[in-house]
Design a protein around this ligand. Sequence first.
Ligand code: SF4
Ligand code: SF4
Length: 442
Amino acid sequence: MDDASQNDVSLDNVSADECRADKVADRALSSSTGSGRRGFLKGLGLFSGFLGLGGILKYGTQVFLLREAPTEAEKPRDDWAGSTVKSYRKLGRTGWQMSDISFGSAQVNDPDVVRLALDRGINYIDTSPDYADAMSEKVVGEAVAGRRDKVFLASKFCTPDGHLDVETPVAGIIKAVEQSLGRLRTDYLDLCHIHACNSVERLMAPNFHEAFDRLKQQGKVRFLGVSSHTPELEMVMNKAVDSDRFAVIMVAYNFKNWPDLSNIIKKAHAKDVGFVAMKTLKGAYHTVLSDFEADERNSFTQAAFKWVNNNPGVSGLVVSISRSSQLDEYLYASGKQLDPADLVLLERYDDLVAKHYCRPGCGECLDACPASLPVDDILRYSMYYEGYQRESEAIRNYARLGAGRSAAVCADCSAPCQGACPFDLPVRQKMLRADSLLSFCV
Ligand code: SF4
Ligand code: SF4
């Protein structure tokens, strides 16, 4: 069996029985670990980290294969070897010339991979305290020691336990950033994002802004940024650009993006605000689509990156990198023009995932849900798990929602959310699958 068929999964199939997992998992957790879900999740984070997010978890009589990250090609081409960054663009008013393909560090656990990325010309690294229980910041810190001035470091107002609340006192926000600095072994962050910015209130929360101003005064943070997957994306990003407080915005941006971000990108560019694209692989389902040929799987990431960077308003993109082979493949697309064959491939991928992919920033179904579930967030965590192989992060995020917000309730719901989804997604089925994936493994 080849890798592709091993990884071959339906994006939606799930049985009702599988979806009772949360309660089962909770019961077993308290009896088998004695430390409860939270303690177990922390353990899982470490376990996954050591295995490079690949390995086997045994739970009861069930064995779960955590796949080695298949986000790169099955058969790398020889001419990809040793690829380097070929293009740099100005990151808005920061003045930094950013590598067009840059380093997302959510999954990295080997400082040598980060060092190799810097050797290959990547000069922008995105990290966060809540990536792999702060392991990302520690690994990045180890890797950039001695070459700090060659890299632009972006992190988040956050702790290893999650995003900071708007009510967090200024001193608490400052302390969290100082802890990031310690893990990153540096005196300053180039950029700190208000992350998971789901409202204008959070975007402009006085405590974040006061903390940033003080940190900037002390030379500990140079620029303020914002990142978001919110249903209020357009409103939040427009306000961020108009406010003149933010030097960079980071947004999910990919082929046939929804909502259309072209006006925001143009406006940011005109106001000298950097635009960093994330989620550029639109779910990264290419390696698990049985309808995709090997050649199509091999070409998909490069086509996706070329499409994103084809927009001159984009400063650069970040993609999660954890292995040196990904550098070969991904950086081969650096500085390259989009060609017609890329568009054909992207159209084909889009057709195949159109009824599966929950659009970041949508949220059209939220008001229809009687249980007030954060459907967009839960389906995004599920995408982290299935597409991006960020299993431990996905499971942790789901657990943080709390038992009262579990998608297990979808089993007994008539699913009014489905009528509200403009993309005709089988929302209930996807939510049940998400619950199965994200709660059963723990
Ligand atoms: S199926 Fe789930 S997400 Fe949809 S409306 Fe019902 S409870 Fe909400
Ligand atoms: S399920 Fe559909 S309506 Fe709901 S957030 Fe996703 S894409 Fe939007």
